[in-house]
Design a protein around this ligand. Sequence first.
Ligand SMILES: [Fe+2]
Length: 609
Amino acid sequence: MSRSTFILGISAYYHDSAACILRDGEIVAAAQEERFTRRKGDATFPANAVEFCLERAGAEAGDLAFVAFYDKPLLKFERILETYLGVAPRGLKQFLLAGPLWIKEKLFMDRSLREELGYDGDILYSEHHESHAASAFYPSPFEEAAILTMDGVGEWATASIGVGEGNEIELTRELHWPDSLGLLYSAFTFYTGFKVNSGEYKVMGLAPYGEPRYVKKILDNLIELRDDGSFRLNQEYFNYTTGLTMTSRAFDRLFGRRPRLSETSITQQDMDLARSVQEVCEEVMLRMARTARQDTGMKNLCLAGGVALNCVGNGRILREGPFDNIWIQPAAGDAGGALGAAQLAWHRRCRQPRQVTAGRDAMQGAYLGPDYSAADIRSFLDASDAVYEELERDELLNRTAGLLATENVVGWFDGRMEFGPRALGARSILGDARSSRMQSQMNLKIKFRESFRPFAPSVLAERASDFFDLDCDSPYMLLVAPLKEERRIPIPESQNHLWGMDQLKLTRSDVPAITHVDYSARVQTVGPDSNRNYYDLLRAFERRTGCPLLVNTSFNVRGEPIVCSPKDAYTCFMRTAMDFLVLWPFLLDKKAQPEWKEEEDWRSMLELD
Ligand SMILES: [Fe+2]
């Protein structure tokens, strides 16, 4: 019997470290380190994720044909060094802060990989945007496609356009540091008072409350945008190459104030800035997509890189762009680079062909993380004195659907954890989208987060078009689509004066909990194939209520990574106002649980922003 070829992919040391393992090219497991260490966006060597991947694949470090790393640390160091030298002595402060870390961890990547892993085989390094591009194309359902990657920065590249055919990918255009769409967005994230590298979602969620009144100012001053989507950023307004902040004093002067401090309240200007940078970002994304089409002539587009998590922009590329089909890597950020690097090793280094199943990607629904047996869950629950019922499958589905239909909020933990930032029905908190109080209840009492943030729906794939203007699947919740006109409730004239957050008081549709103020929704379509239990839960809810969708938010509180283990889930359940918890096949009622005792000051562990 021939032995399997195992390839381990790793991304680490920047943000959101992750590991992934392939067995003969098939993705066996992938996970982010933060889920195990419980430190959000953990950037350290992903020792726990690697251990999980090896165990899941039944392999040891000595069995690995290759370890593949998602970027080239020496090239990255060269960029950093050149940047600092170019602006010396202005960048000295940042260099002194970043320097020792780079020298210790990044320059000696090779050694630390070997020491941490106990591995002495080949380590392959691919370029950052090649890793993103590989993660976008190789698992996609397309034989051939254009590829577009956009992020903050890798080594030098900040965006790339390329083409994938068979088992080959080739990048044909790159945009280089310091001209970066991701960093432009992050600059506004910083300026509007959110945390860079994680608050970008909030800016996107805030945008519909604002007016695009600064678009012209941005285009006239900050960014020189060309027809092909490439651009130059006017570095006078930014500080990320030289300082410890993203924006400069000139930026403050341009918009007439200092950056918002996170503890101060969000103003209309913040909303207008969010809306404006979002519109500029969408315009750049659309232009780059058109260029990708012109360059390649392809009908399909694959997307990855952190900017590809901008699901509003993705939705516009789908609706207004030149492609027939688009596919977005669910772990579009740097975690997904681990997957891309491993696949490059398999297809490029090992010259292995790529098998495409028509209409189906190779991500297994992104359910690539750990799962837990009923026996494991039971022993945890017994050890915790938790009170639970074990139910047959149908009864569990029907009872849960009934609880949801009566406005209970239910934690839903079932099967393998998702890879990437979105919860897709394995580690989710669920609620009834028809309820007018669900959005504020879930935001304030369960997620402990800002009330403006919208919730997303999971909808039965076959009923999605009854609710949304969306004519394709969106299994990874990476597309925003408009709610159908007939679902909308017009705003009475007497309420037209409501502005900013006050708009939250209005009921906008028959599914208000998932309807954003601009009548959009970030949709997850759920088909029968990838997560049968979740699909059947939606069916059970539909049978009972006629409504085929639920609010689906990630199973965590603000500032905490998504839960991984039954212990994480139970802890989160007990700390919040969640009413019921499904730890498949068990059902737990909050009211029946013993009193919860905190072991530590858990809030101090959160990465609040
Ligand atoms: Fe990246």
